[in-house]
Write a protein that binds this ligand. Structure first.
Ligand code: URA
Length: 236
């Protein structure tokens, strides 16, 4: 519940003082009836407020969040097995949802928003936004295997498009690689590594396009900066 003039001001009609004038002038209706007193309490969830005959709504504030998803969390609002979800990590009152998904056992950069338009753009394959991953894989791929990875592989009867893979370091019988793909099929990186005979031991996403995790630690999240939001919108 809140006062009518405060609500009108929050919706961008005018200053609170000016909104009081409008109420006194009889230009505001609550549930179809003109209200001329100041200080009337309303509930914006249920009451219909009109100004000069037009319904007044609070602009739905758009929220853009970057999470460093830890392993052991699922990317959805609810899990049928009661496992922790990424929503358990972000306690805010607005409803937001993840843009795409990371597997339960994958960590790293996940975006969440209530901006459905932008989410659709980011997820649409047409936009081919590059996603960067760091993976620890079993064994050390040969140059031939790396070329197969880069040129396209058959996974689940689907031919992957061009991808990048570079070896960053080698330790014992494993190595760490940087992978860049433009697509987002289910468990794609894992399946591609498997297809060249080097299954993933550990997988994390470090970048979506030019956005990177920066200093965010697993489990931490932040609101995107205006510059980061502007960048995402420029991908339209
Ligand atoms: N590829 C995968 O295999 N898993 C992810 O979580 C993301 C990309």
């Amino acid at each position: 519940m809140g006062r009518l003039q405060k609500y009108l001001a929050e919706c961008g009609i005018a200053s609170r003082r000016k909104c009081e004038d409008y109420i006194l002038q009889g230009r505001v209706k609550v549930n179809g009836r003109v209200v001329r007193e100041l200080g009337v309490k309303i509930n914006p969830e249920v009451d219909i407020i009109e100004f000069d005959g037009k319904i007044v709504r609070r602009e739905n504030k758009k929220i853009y969040i970057m999470l460093n998803k830890p392993t052991g969390y699922i990317t959805s609002a609810k899990d049928q097995f009661g496992r922790p979800t990424v929503m358990d990590l972000i306690k805010i009152k607005e409803r937001i949802y993840p843009v795409g998904r990371l597997d339960y056992d994958t960590s790293g950069l996940l975006l969440l928003t209530n901006d459905g338009g932008l989410a659709n753009i980011l997820m649409h394959p047409r936009h081919e936004i590059v996603k960067t991953y760091i993976a620890k894989i079993k064994g050390i791929p040969t140059e031939k295997e790396l070329e197969r990875f880069r040129n396209g592989l058959l996974i689940d009867g689907y031919l992957t498009s061009k991808a990048e893979i570079e070896i960053l370091s080698i330790e014992n019988r494993t190595c760490v690689v940087e992978i860049k793909i433009h697509e987002g099929k289910n468990r794609q990186v894992r399946k591609m590594c498997e297809a060249i005979g080097h299954p993933v031991i550990f997988l994390t996403r470090t970048k979506i396009g030019e956005l990177s995790l920066g200093k965010l630690k697993p489990g931490e999240w932040k609101y995107l900066t205006p510059k980061e939001i502007e960048y995402l919108k420029s991908l339209r």
